[in-house]
Design a binder for this molecule. Structure first.
Ligand code: HEC
Length: 165
C-alpha cells in the first residue's frame, strides 16, 4: 500500500500515525514487512518445536508409566479418583492392615476395587513399606527419560520433528 504518499486528509489514521516522522519509503516499508514476516516465521517455528518437544515428553512419560509394575498402575487407577497417592504413601501397614484399609475404601467410600485387586494391592503396599520404598514411583524428570537426546536436539533445532512411532 502506498497510501502514505497520498495527499493530506486522504487517510486520517495514516496521517496521525505518521505525524512525528517522515513517511516511510516504499523500500523501507518492504524491508519492515520482510523483517516482520521473518520474526513471525521464527516464532511459529519455535512454537512448533516446543509442541513437538511436549508431545515427545508425553509419549516418553506414557511409555515410562506403561513399563511400571501392574500394581503401581492399579494404585494410580483405583485410588486417585478420591484422593492423591500422597494420602496412601505415608501409611505403613502390613498386609493385613492394608487389606482392611482398602476394604474400608470399598465398603465405606465406594472405591471401585474388587477382592482380587485388594489382595494384590495389599501385598504390594506391604512389601514396598517393608522395603522402605514408595508404593508408587514418582515419574522421573522428562529430561532424564530415554528420549532426552532427541529432546535436546529438537530444542537446539538440530533435527526436524519426527512423527511419533
Ligand atoms: C471412593 C473414594 C475413595 C477411593 C477410590 C479410595 N479412597 Fe482412600 N480414602 C477415602 C476417604 C474419604 C478417606 C478419609 C477417611 C478415611 O480414612 O476413611 C481415605 C483415606 C485413606 C487413607 C488414610 C487413612 C488410613 O486408614 O490410613 C489411606 C491410606 C487410603 N485412603 C488408601 C486408599 C487406597 C490404597 C486406595 C486405592 C486402593 C484408596 N484409598 C481409594 C476415599 C477413597
Amino acid at each position: 500500500m502506498l497510501t502514505v504518499a497520498a495527499g493530506a486528509g486522504a487517510e486520517m489514521g495514516e496521517e496521525e500515525y505518521q505525524s512525528q516522522a517522515r513517511p516511510l519509503s516504499a523500500v523501507e516499508r518492504a524491508e519492515l514487512q520482510r523483517r516482520l514476516e521473518q520474526e513471525q516465521a521464527e516464532a511459529a517455528q519455535r512454537r512448533s518445536r516446543q509442541e513437538t518437544l511436549e508431545r515427545q515428553r508425553q509419549l516418553a512419560l506414557q511409555a515410562w508409566l506403561a513399563a511400571r509394575p501392574a500394581e503401581e498402575r492399579l494404585l494410580r487407577e483405583r485410588c486417585t479418583p478420591c484422593h492423591g497417592l500422597g494420602v496412601v504413601e505415608p501409611a505403613r501397614h502390613g498386609r493385613l492392615g492394608w487389606t482392611w484399609t482398602i476394604a474400608r475404601m470399598r465398603w465405606w467410600h465406594g472405591a471401585q476395587v474388587d477382592t482380587g485387586e485388594i489382595v494384590r494391592l495389599a501385598a504390594h503396599l506391604a512389601r514396598r513399606a517393608r522395603e522402605g520404598r514408595p508404593a508408587v514411583e514418582a515419574p522421573p524428570d522428562p529430561e532424564t527419560l530415554p528420549a532426552s537426546e532427541s529432546f535436546r536436539q529438537h530444542q537446539e533445532g538440530r533435527v526436524e520433528p519426527r512423527p511419533p512411532p
